[in-house]
Design a protein around this ligand. Structure first.
Ligand SMILES: [Cu+2]
Length: 155
């Protein structure tokens, strides 16, 4: 079977593109270990009191000095509020929702995650500058969504 030169060129170009795209996927997910924020850790949103960290959400300091904040978002507030964390140290946020989907955005920083019922969203951020930051829900969650704000105090 005879294949035209242009057809061969396009076939090899398409094959090369597929290889490039697959390589990009494997490099970004495998080597750099990027994962969705949920890292597929689940909780039962109707029974958060069964999970110690979400039954009493708050700030804890680990032995190595890093800080973990567990947060429960629900219509129309964040708990705890305010959240007080140290400046210049990594702070790991572990977030879940007791009802519908919310957002957790520390305004003016890169700290931002979706808070999805049934899942634990986790990210780590370091706040270099002490001060008070607004935490805003940036996923529309209901009639009083615009009032869903919290406070992060970095000392
Ligand atoms: Cu909201």
């Amino acid at each position: 079977m005879e294949v035209e030169l242009y057809e061969r060129v396009w076939m090899w170009t398409a094959a090369a593109l597929i290889v490039v795209f697959l390589a990009a996927i494997f490099l970004t997910t495998g080597l750099r270990a990027l994962q969705p924020p949920s890292h597929v850790e689940t909780v039962d949103p109707t029974a958060l009191s069964n999970y110690p960290e979400f039954a009493n959400p708050g700030v804890t300091t680990r032995a190595d000095g890093s800080v973990v904040v567990s947060v429960v978002a629900q219509l129309f507030s964040f708990s705890p509020d305010p959240i007080v964390v140290p400046a210049g140290r990594p702070v790991t946020f572990r977030l879940t929702s007791a009802d519908v989907m919310h957002g957790f955005q520390v305004v003016g920083t890169n700290a931002n995650a979706m808070v999805i019922p049934r899942y634990v969203s986790q990210f780590t951020a370091t706040f270099a500058k002490p001060g008070e930051y607004v935490i805003a829900c940036d996923e529309y969650c209901g009639a009083s969504h615009h009032n869903m704000v919290g406070k992060l105090i970095v000392k």
